[in-house]
Design a protein around this ligand. Structure first.
Ligand code: ADP
Length: 517
């Protein structure tokens, strides 16, 4: 016997079974328990509120910051014969009023709106009067000030809506949320039930590429993937412009998207990419929120982004159709400098800056870890469902060639100790190398017993080793602009010989790393 919800799934949407987490979420909502669903992109979050919306009395209101997705969602529902509409700034005043009139007459089962709509008292008064089935907050991480895309207007409507007496249940949905974001959303919406299916995307292969000329890497990559659709994210508009020009000059057909372009230019670029007229999109992070293109086969980050949340969300635009896809990060030490500069330049207060530095350090660690990249991301989000290794990422693939570097690690850690845990990566590498650097001498570091004990290595190699130890949490760093190295519990275990350290045999040399840390 099919449940009512399964019948709705089959009769309206034509799907046989629920995906993980959908049934649990739907059951909670139907029982009028406020619910948060955390599911990966493409996991099927819409069904989670659409089925309850269909089975409950009244109109379901879906609040979403993704204006561009509303029309698609509404078109899809209409094509299943479900009355749905959206109101946003893309409509004329007359059209908005006519839709609002129909909403007031309860003619729709689903109404999609942007958060800003709640600034209109006309809209607010209309939905106050009609029977409501549920209110869903899509992209709910935007509600939280701890989220990477905080929107104050989104947060403020929550308190506003709680005054309404006709909303039986709140639903929040997101694909990216750390523990602190989850508990923030829970508190704000009084949610007791969280359904978290984990973040793992089985079809994505993550890669970190270091020490390569980025543009020549891209050229050969694009030559090999001519037919495939992909996004290349840059850290700044300037980078996007310059890369666009370089590739265009070489006869490669690419589109460009960033906030410095006119709306018409952006729309044209987006439409040519969505309709596969141009296969490659070069863009800043302004591009993507709400781009529901399912056949993106790769997302390349031309520079390291500022935190794992942004990275996973942007990289996650690859492979929404479930087909194998690649997420490639081209790392160079300059990227770190740029991100630190952006943090320093921002208007944030000191404690927020400190928080950004902490997140940035995790992003840097991702670029230096030798562990599974997917696991690293899942650990970051505290995903309890994470498996040990994905077997697909660049580190898992290289893992076969490991060497024991316990002795090297011990030398590095002893040096940190001898330097009284007061210096950063570059200085420590210089001391280990036995450098003639003026500062080394000025601080008397050439008198230490560890001075020159790793002179066989280049400074670059030593820096790479130290970053590896940081990434593996075998040594700690202070957060901030000039982080210093400190020993932790794991360092002590390595020093006492209670813990082995393994690294890939041939770490790819990084370019000019010494100049940047
Ligand atoms: P999300 O919002 O989580 O990124 P969507 O709700 O857009 O994901 O769903 C992604 C795709 O999966 C859509 O094409 C949707 O129709 C499909 N889908 C959702 N639930 C199911 C299901 N139970 N069985 C098969 N396909 C599903």
């Amino acid at each position: 016997m099919l449940s009512k919800e399964e019948q709705l799934l089959q009769s309206y949407f034509g799907y046989e079974t629920f995906r993980p987490g959908q049934k649990e979420t739907i059951d909670q909502i139907i029982n009028l328990n406020n619910t948060l669903a955390v599911m990966p992109t493409g996991g099927g979050k819409s069904i989670c509120y659409q089925i309850p919306g269909l089975s409950m009395n009244g109109t379901a209101i879906i609040i979403s910051p993704l204006i561009s997705l509303m029309k698609d969602q509404v078109d899809a529902l209409n094509s299943y014969g479900i009355p749905a509409t959206y109101i946003n700034s893309s409509l004329t005043q007359a059209e908005q009023q006519s839709r609002l009139h129909d909403i007031g007459k309860s003619r729709y089962k689903f109404v999609y709106v942007a958060p800003e709509r709640f600034e209109s008292s006309f809209f607010v008064n209309t939905i106050k009067r009609i029977p409501i089935a549920l209110v869903a907050f899509d992209e709910a991480h935007c509600i939280s000030q701890w989220g990477h895309d905080f929107r104050p207007s989104y947060r403020s409507i929550v308190s506003n809506l709680k005054q309404f007496s006709n909303i039986p249940v709140f639903v929040a949905l997101t694909a990216t949320a750390t523990e602190e974001v989850i508990s923030d959303i829970q508190q704000l919406l009084r949610i007791e039930h969280v359904i978290n299916t984990g973040f793992a995307r089985e079809n994505l292969a993550f890669h970190v590429i270091k020490g390569r000329d980025k543009t020549s890497y891209l050229r050969s990559f694009l030559a090999e993937h001519e037919e495939e659709s992909g996004i290349i994210y840059t850290a700044t508009r300037k980078q996007a412009d310059s890369l666009f020009e370089q590739l265009t000059r070489r006869g490669i057909s690419v589109a460009k998207y960033h906030a410095g372009m006119t709306e018409i230019e952006r729309k044209e670029a987006q439409s040519s990419f969505i309709h596969d007229e141009t296969t490659v999109m070069i863009a800043t992070n302004a591009f993507g929120m709400g781009i529901d293109k399912s056949n993106v086969r790769y997302v390349i980050h031309y520079a390291m982004p500022m935190n794992i949340e942004s990275y996973y969300q942007e990289a996650g635009r690859a492979g929404r159709d479930g087909e194998p896809s690649d997420c490639i990060l081209l790392f160079s030490p300059q990227d770190v400098q740029l991100q630190k500069f952006l943090i320093e330049q921002s208007m944030m207060d000191d404690s927020s800056k400190q928080n950004e530095y902490r997140k940035l350090q995790e992003m840097i660690n991702y670029c230096h870890t030798h562990g599974c990249l997917q696991s690293f991301i899942l650990d970051y989000f505290d995903d309890k469902n994470a498996e040990a290794g994905c077997g697909r990422c660049s580190n898992c693939v290289q893992r076969q060639n490991k060497t024991d570097i316990t002795e090297e690690a011990q030398k590095i850690l002893s040096c940190v100790k001898r330097m009284d845990e007061r210096y950063g990566v570059t200085m420590t590498a210089k001391v280990l190398k036995g450098s003639n650097d003026k500062k080394v001498k000025q601080f008397g570091l050439d008198k230490l017993s560890t001075y020159g004990i790793m002179s066989a290595y280049t400074e670059k190699e030593l820096i790479e080793h130290i970053h590896f130890l940081i990434a593996e949490k075998l040594v700690a760093t202070e957060e901030g602009r000039y982080p210093t190295l400190r020993l932790n519990q794991q360092s002590v275990e390595v020093l006492k010989g209670k813990r082995q350290v393994e690294m890939f045999t041939a770490p790819i040399p990084t370019t000019e790393e010494a100049d940047f840390y």
